[in-house]
Unconditional design. Structure first.
Length: 383
């Protein structure tokens, strides 16, 4: 019988979502486990380690070590969930910590500039509540989050939490000094085309700085991802962008079409129509960050908190908030409505994969039940 001691590794965290799980924060893998495995992992979380006297399944132990969930060397205690999360679980929380920004991108959905920010104590409370209900990923956004007035304080708090932290940035402020102290797992940088197309959207000289930032992050222990918006000037850039991002070692490349909101209300002509833009949604690779859930439309496990404290289904629904974060994260989350796929007018073989696309974009047609025309065009072209 195996008598070695095992400890939960510092990149793993026990979660009690719809079922018992263990999450690898670093690889972003979530493993559903049965009750006896959960009890075993709990005993390994104390900091004293657990010997495997009750575990005869050598393959299970080997797999857990290989997946970075268990360690044979001593680790600090890990947190044990005291209760089940709400169902559906809030797994992904977008936190717009500030509206400050150093750019005025033509497609920015936030629109007019402001200096509104979340209070640092409010952020700590939100993160405590998010961990309490077993959150998986904190998406730290803005504005430009590195312009948050108390970013250093926020950054130093991040170590305390057992969820994955992802910083969304335009990359212009990243340098080796900031990278040397950031406490996040992943950095996502926006690249909206090659040189000319990107600069058209974001301002002269920004492409060079942003792509350098992607390369710089790729040379560190942080994981790097890229997001790209399809617009009229970058349509010929996608093959080359894909080649560049793969070569650099980008983990995820998410491609989307901007919704007509914020500054885009003044620039709607930079968004190509569905029959032109749809096929570009088939570019990109990796898992994406919004994650869906079987049987429901987008965002089953997502909520956004705006810089002024409003909480909404996602940031596009900021004008239709479910409450203010001061009321409590869980209270706001429980007010978010989740539409089943059966509510949609979509009558299509791709429904389980597509889930009706982006529901905000679909609703801009005036019919909240209709398909997302950009996703329809993307899937139509793939048949
Ligand atoms: S409405 Fe669009 S932006 Fe919002 S969660 Fe759904 S896919 Fe994402
Ligand atoms: S492709 Fe269009 S019709 Fe089909 S599920 Fe997606 S949005 Fe609905």
């Amino acid at each position: 019988m195996n008598k070695k001691k095992y400890f939960i590794s510092e990149e793993a965290s026990l979660k009690w979502l719809e079922s018992h799980c263990i999450y690898n924060i670093f690889s972003d893998e979530l493993y559903e486990i049965d009750d006896s495995a959960f009890e075993f992992f709990k005993s390994c979380a104390s900091g004293n380690g657990c010997n495997s006297c009750n575990i005869s399944d050598v393959e299970f132990l080997k797999f857990s070590v290989e997946e970075g969930l268990l360690s044979k060397s001593r680790k600090a205690p890990r947190k044990i969930p005291s209760r089940q999360s709400p169902v559906p679980s809030l797994r992904y929380l977008e936190l717009q910590i500030t509206n400050r920004c150093n750019l005025s991108c033509r497609h920015c959905y936030i629109g007019k500039k402001s200096t509104v920010e979340l209070d640092i104590d409010a952020i700590r409370k939100i993160m405590n509540e998010f961990e309490e209900i077993q959150g998986l990923r904190l998406l730290i956004t803005g504005g430009e989050p590195l312009l948050y007035s108390r970013f250093d304080e926020l950054n130093s708090m991040l170590h305390d939490y057992e969820f994955r932290k992802i910083l969304f940035t335009n990359g212009l402020l990243l340098d080796s000094e900031i990278l040397g102290k950031l406490n996040v797992n992943e950095i996502q940088i926006s690249i909206d085309g090659l040189n000319e197309a990107h600069d058209f959207i974001r301002g002269k000289g920004t492409y060079e700085k942003s792509i350098e930032a992607v390369k710089m992050v790729a040379g560190t222990s942080f994981q790097v991802s890229v997001s790209t918006m399809v617009h009229t000037r970058n349509l010929n850039d996608f093959d080359e962008m894909g080649r560049i991002f793969s070569e650099i070692g980008v983990r995820d490349w998410s491609v989307d079409v901007p919704c007509i909101a914020g500054f885009l209300k003044d620039n709607p002509d930079i968004v190509p129509p569905p029959d032109v833009a749809g096929k570009y949604l088939r570019y990109g690779f990796g898992e994406g960050l919004h994650g869906g859930g079987a049987g429901y439309v987008c965002g089953l496990h997502l909520m956004s908190v705006m810089a002024d404290g409003r909480a909404a289904k996602c940031s596009f629904y900021s004008e239709d908030p479910v409450g203010h974060i001061g009321e409590g994260l869980e209270i706001c989350w429980k007010r978010v409505e989740h539409a089943p796929l059966s509510d949609l007018d979509c009558n299509c073989a791709h429904l389980d994969t597509c889930r009706g696309g982006c529901r905000y974009r679909a609703s801009l047609s005036g019919n909240a039940r209709s398909g997302d025309p950009y996703r329809c065009a993307a899937f139509l072209g793939s048949d």
